[in-house]
Design a protein around this ligand. Sequence first.
Ligand SMILES: Nc1ncnc2c1ncn2[C@@H]1O[C@H](COP(=O)(O)OP(=O)(O)OP(=O)(O)O)[C@@H](O)[C@H]1O
Length: 565
Amino acid sequence: MANSKHGGNPTSTEVTIYREPLDSPGVVPVHLKRAATSEYPLLEIFQRFLVRLQPGSDLDKVLAVIALYKAAAPAWKHLKQFFWWACTSQITIPEYDPVAREVLGWMSANVISHSTTTNAMLMTGGLMDPNENYYRQMMMNRGGQVVQQSDEAQILPPIGKRIFWVGFRPFMFSRSGISSSRGGPASNVLDKEGQVQNAVILTTIGWNLRPLQTFIKECHDHKIRTRTGTTTVYFSTAGGPDPYGTGWSSVIKAVRKLDTIDMDPEVKADLIRDAEYYYSQESRQFFADCGIPYRRGYLFYGPPGTGKTSFSAALAGHLNCDIYMINLATGDISDGRLHRMFLALPRKCVVVIEDIDSAGIGREQGPSSAPHPAPTLPEGLPPLPPGMTLAPTQPPRKRNLVTLSGLLNAIDGNASQEGRLLIMTSNNPDVLDAALTRPGRVDKKVHFGNMSPRAAHDIFMRLIGRSAVASGTYTIPQIEEYATKFTEKIPADTFTPAQIQNFLQACRGDPEKALRDADAWVTESLSKDIENDDDKNGGEAPVVDSQATTVLGDGSDSSSFVSEV
Ligand SMILES: Nc1ncnc2c1ncn2[C@@H]1O[C@H](COP(=O)(O)OP(=O)(O)OP(=O)(O)O)[C@@H](O)[C@H]1O
């Protein structure tokens, strides 16, 4: 090194070379100073700058603190880790698990919205428009009051940590989030310390998990207590984004009341009783004592638009559990995916496999797509010149990827979840494989049929009568009279509830209009039905299914019946 001066009097020709301030001996050993500045390089720049401004200035004391911190940091880290390991208990819940949602709901209601929170995550509920009267009427009625669901957005805890108290016990809530770089399910990503990402982690002081389990139970009870007329509908994410790799996405919907489903009261009551009993403690014990797998299955069959799906959703709302809808006919679900979806189910839920007959499930797994029949020229046109072909008009049809054995394995294989209530719906139960509907898989078969006079009367009272009486224009006896007259105009067991609902909705709460237009609507609908039947049968007379049916109940309503399997 050349002439090194520190604080000298440089002449105009001399170059001043300052001594490295870090290397000047002082209180703090040189190597610690070096370590501190290598961690915080800005500090070194700052120090050199100060030495030039004010030669002789000594930053040793600042450096001493930083160096101390540097030396103590690893020890502090280990001390912290030791404390967490020795004095706390912890539960990790992947965010896709319904329990995580219950914890988030509790945090949202009891911590986030009740404190001076400055950071939160906001989510809209995806509810149906609560201003729409029709849905309002269908919402769950609690204690005689129609519960109206607010369409406000939900404030949830953000990614990060939060300490809160339950009684005298402190809890730490931590929520992590990361997306998988490989594009795989983000729930499988681990951080550097092996912690699951996209998970909720609950920690508390203590040596066992009991306080955490009690807290999780409180979160579940909170969900049940505050469930104001909504239910979570899960549907298959086939083809769409699947952030947690479970195959399910969800949306919150208003719960439909069971009394808005018009069907034979005896059949309805029998189903409700059966489902309630299935979820009772007594029945759980019975299944356990007898060594029978704890599962229950129903098959709802009948023409489209007779309430199979609506009743399933209303039943789930009545049982206070979530509903999982699967549509196999989309052709996007494979055996493996279906199995994963069933594994992700909670212990208490209603699973609906819709229109199972149209899923085209075969015993063997077919190719993922099948071509449409080759296009043909319309009659009367001359044939195409040699070498020319008609371009296909439609993309290749998707064929189902689920096989019968895959489906059976998912619904009641050895690895399949217990505790669910499985409902399969079908328009054409005769084509279903006997293995699918054997007792144990399907415990009750319920027919959903066209509207009986009694059901037509009820639907008139619900869709027209309620609002007409509420507006004060008509009295209840008057509306009853209109309903009876309307029922006389509608041929028994001819129209589906969906058709009648559609007609009455168009009458916008006006009973006189409904009566005025009913005859013309019946004539028009019947002629349309005949045309459709002709089209389906290629111009031949419609084939009448004369399958004998056993009607339970008082026999006055043949629209629905149930048979024990
Ligand atoms: N029994 C019923 N009581 C009240 N409303 C009904 C009934 N049946 C059908 N509806 C109404 O008709 C519409 C279609 O009903 P839903 O989807 O439940 O029929 P579905 O039998 O499941 O039909 P699909 O076989 O095509 O799935 C819904 O808007 C529902 O409100």
